[in-house]
Design a protein around this ligand. Structure first.
Ligand code: GLY
Length: 372
């Protein structure tokens, strides 16, 4: 199968995202041109490492590249000061130099932590992202947001540090659980909803096949998602404006994740999907888009077997006012004003602070009441 390339046009920090099957096995071919000496440091987690570290070692060895690896515990708890400190000290102990390359092999947690370690190590070394989850392939590995969580909230400590290369091996997606795959798909749908109605239409047609393993469709979906993210990041790298569009569904999502403990009750991409459905419902109630748009969003999420409503989230949820307060703790709040990404239609999202609080409360209260 062919390897697709998406270029992220950021001047002297520009890089390519390679998308296709077999990229881990061919990692040496892609990474060798970046190296000053044939040695790399890889950071991974226990789950991903058990599945893919030997394949990466072989892929690098095929080009004569030695690899040392640090395997961290899997899970969100790893995105924390103790594991960050351990990673930086390990990289120093391994004598990783300024001209070397660090590789992040894993999902969003490993990518964010490793990217941040690379950003500060010797004031910045280059790093390569090898994202292993769908969510990381279409979102977190692209665009240079790196960091860890603070006790005060998620992703509050970090840096913008662009990777030198992203290898999105879509063959690795076969090892994901269906739930993890669909969670990542929440971010894929988001791209169509925020800026490409034709892509959303394509997903309505091809989503079930790509969910069921159609590799050509998977590659096409990852490619279009990365193209859209690359284009937005190239025009607003540090989120002064348009990059906030990528947060469609996220204001609702962050409140729901906080309410459910950032865990198994609601995965991030599931929260994004539910949040997108709520954002379209709110847009329709505000007269910004037609009533058919939220129905179409919900119908597609249902077709895919995804969570759509608050009723699909197991366990108790707090009341609408508490959810609104949790939204107010989102780090994208500006001067205490909640910022929403709303839509004038499918593929036509925009950023606004001009949302009546009562309307959001009513929407949430009704969605909570529908839980029965
Ligand atoms: N995940 C949103 C962004 O990268 O800006």
């Amino acid at each position: 199968m062919t390897i697709e390339t998406v270029h992220v046009g950021l001047g002297d920090r520009a890089y390519d995202i390679k998308i296709g099957t077999g990229l881990v096995a061919a990692a040496g071919d892609h990474i060798a041109p970046l190296l000053a000496r044939p040695r790399v440091a890889v950071v991974t987690d226990e789950n991903v490492g058990a599945r893919h570290l030997d394949g990466l070692r072989d892929g690098l060895a095929a080009k004569g590249i030695d690899m040392v690896a640090l395997t961290l515990p899997a899970g969100e708890g790893t995105k924390s000061w103790p594991h960050f400190e351990r990673t930086v000290e390990w990289l120093l102990a391994e004598k990783i130099e300024r001209r070397d390359i660090v590789i992040a092999l894993g999902g969003g947690v490993i990518g964010d932590l490793t990217g941040f370690a690379a950003a500060v190590l010797r004031r910045g070394v280059r790093f390569v992202q090898i994202p292993t989850s769908l969510l990381a392939q279409v979102d977190s590995s692209v665009g240079g947001k790196t960091g860890i969580n603070a006790p005060q909230g998620k992703n509050l400590i970090g840096a913008f540090h662009q990777p030198a290369l992203v290898l999105a091996d879509t063959g690795l997606l076969d090892t994901l659980t269906p739930r993890d795959f669909l969670s990542g798909y929440g971010e894929v749908v988001k791209y169509g909803l925020l800026g490409d109605a034709a892509f959303f239409g394509w997903l309505e047609q091809n989503g079930p096949a790509l969910r069921d393993g159609d590799m050509g469709a998977r590659i096409a979906a990852v490619k279009r998602s990365c193209e859209m993210k690359a284009e937005i990041v190239a025009r607003d790298e540090t989120e002064q404006g348009d990059r906030a569009l990528l947060n469609l569904g996220h204001t609702f999502c962050h409140a729901l994740e906080a309410a459910t403990g950032y865990g198994d009750r609601l995965l991030h991409g599931e929260g994004v999907a539910v949040g997108c459905a709520l954002a379209f419902e709110l847009s329709s109630r505000m007269g910004l888009c037609s009533q058919e748009d939220p129905s179409r969003v919900r119908a597609h999420l249902r077709d895919m077997g995804m969570k759509v409503d608050l009723a699909d989230i197991p366990g108790d949820l707090p009341d609408a006012d508490t959810l609104l307060d949790l939204m107010g703790q989102d780090k994208k709040v500006v001067d205490g004003q909640l910022r929403f990404i709303l839509a004038r239609g499918i593929g036509a999202a925009f950023v606004t602070s001009d949302v009546p609080r009562d309307m959001v409360r009513d929407l949430l209260a009704e969605a909570l009441a529908a839980r029965g």
